[in-house]
Design a binder for this molecule. Structure first.
Ligand code: SAH
Ligand code: SF4
Length: 435
């Protein structure tokens, strides 16, 4: 993606490539297919509440300070099971394994791109289902320090069905549980650590699924990432296709995360086609809810615009976008469409893309052109999963089923908690950092 000319005011940045307790959609009008079940009854270590963990430790005759050891182990860069928590007596490790799940997800495939700075993980969940998680290391540049961003999935598939999105084509299988979202961040942090990258500084809810259609999952996982993972809400972005009741509710949660609204069209006629949810929640209501969110949280909004050649790249749409961005005081992220299999759509020619961008910047709108990082790793939403499909599955006991042949594309390696970088290469404290 090379639209902006040298010296242009437009930044070119990496976008988190787009990559279940079943959440009930907050809005009955979101066309959600009946989702599958999540089986295991053992609570997840990453999301068990303090009082429940304390009660469990009491029941096992353990002192209360074991809770701290378990919390530390959850975010340790290399520990991937109770049996690896050396501070615990052997018998207790086994007992805990029978009562809690150390992880609700397991990495079955890892692809690298961008000279090793983007890691695209396929995570097996119970069910069996898989989701994509992406970790992106961004070295320090100018005044901005280094960051490591993890892009999480909140659903297996998505019911919204945007025609340019690989995930939308899957339909909805089920929503993730809060633990499955938190464990994606944990596993991505470990994957970065193995490559001497990380720790995680930012999280974006821009993977598979519609975060506000999995509202309970999204909010519960946000609370854990902030409280236990130590990630400031200001370093978290939730992207939505426009679940208006969800936006209004999120504004009341006391979680001032950045909201990214996937706009893609500035007229209802076009948006009805590109984001079918628009038929239930047209632009007027969406823009009003987004504005209310910004006022309630004090956070600047982002508007996402997947630029599709011949579809939403006209100057009439650019003018509409300028109007909405100005009204909301929002930043605009333009994402040249990442081609997906079976769709004739793609990014516009460079000259058209540049004209679109010029229109925005000329009107004083701040714009970032997002390059979907990890293109070599089939990194657009749902693409890695579509390429690999579930080849290994997570059993309820946390082990993976055997490897099956790759149908298309070759992962760099498949793994299940292996630590190629070797233990001890990284300090023992780790995990996401606060601001
Ligand atoms: N469902 C939410 C969050 C996940 S999508 C949402 O739609 O906002 C994250 C972003 O990736 C969205 O802005 C989405 O429109 C974009 N996206 C999806 N498929 C894409 C593609 N093929 N090319 C470029 N961007 C895409
Ligand atoms: Fe769902 Fe977002 Fe993809 Fe649309 S772009 S189908 S809302 S994941």
């Amino acid at each position: 993606m090379t639209w902006p000319r040298p010296g242009s005011r437009l930044a070119l940045q990496g976008l988190a490539p787009k990559m279940t307790q079943m959440a009930t959609p907050t809005d009955a009008r979101v066309p959600v297919r009946k989702a599958g079940r999540v089986s295991s009854s053992r609570p997840a270590l990453s999301t068990i509440g303090d009082s429940d963990l304390a009660a469990l430790l009491r029941e096992l005759g353990q002192p209360s300070w074991r809770a701290r050891q378990l919390r530390d182990a959850t975010w340790h860069p290399y520990v991937s099971g109770f049996e690896e928590i050396r501070q615990l007596p052997g018998g207790l490790r086994a007992e805990l394994g029978g009562r809690l799940r150390f992880s609700t997800a397991a990495v079955t495939s890892e692809r690298v791109a961008d000279a090793g700075l983007t890691l695209k993980l396929l995570c097996a969940l119970e069910g069996p289902q898989t989701v994509e998680t992406v970790a992106m290391e961004s070295p320090a540049r100018g005044a901005s320090g280094r960051r490591a961003t993890v892009c999480v999935s909140t659903q297996v598939g998505c019911a919204v069905g945007c025609p340019f999105c690989a995930t939308g084509r899957m339909g909805l299988r089920r929503s993730c549980t809060p633990a499955e979202v938190v464990d994606q961040v944990r596993l991505a942090g470990q994957a970065l650590s193995r490559r001497a990258l990380g720790p995680v500084t930012h999280v974006v809810y821009m993977g598979m699924g519609e975060p506000l259609a999995a509202y309970e999952t999204t909010v519960a996982s946000l609370r854990v990432l902030v409280a236990a993972g130590g990630i400031s809400p200001r370093r978290i972005t939730v992207s939505t296709s426009g679940v208006v009741p969800g936006i209004r509710r999120l504004a009341t949660e006391g979680l001032p995360v950045t909201l990214a609204v996937s706009l893609h069209a500035a007229s209802d006629a076009l948006r009805d086609r590109l984001v079918p949810l628009n038929r239930a929640h047209p632009l007027d209501g969406l823009v009003a809810a987004a504005g209310a969110y910004a006022r309630a949280t004090g956070r600047r909004l982002s508007l996402e615009w997947c630029l599709i050649g011949g579809v939403n790249d006209g100057l009439d749409q650019a003018a509409g976008l300028v109007g909405i961005a100005r009204r909301l005081g929002a930043h605009v992220n333009v994402i040249p469409m990442n081609r997906i299999e079976g769709s004739p759509w793609g990014p516009p020619p460079a000259a058209v893309g540049r004209a679109f961008l010029r229109h925005l910047t000329g009107a004083g709108v701040t714009v970032t052109v997002r390059d979907t990082r990890g293109g070599e790793a089939e990194a657009a939403c749902g693409q890695l999963r579509a390429a690999l499909e579930p080849r290994r599955q997570l059993r309820p006991d946390g082990t993976l089923t055997p490897q099956r042949p790759v149908r298309r594309g070759a992962p760099i390696r498949a793994e299940n908690g292996s630590h190629p970088a070797g233990r001890g290469d990284r300090p023992t404290s780790g995990g996401p950092q606060g601001p």
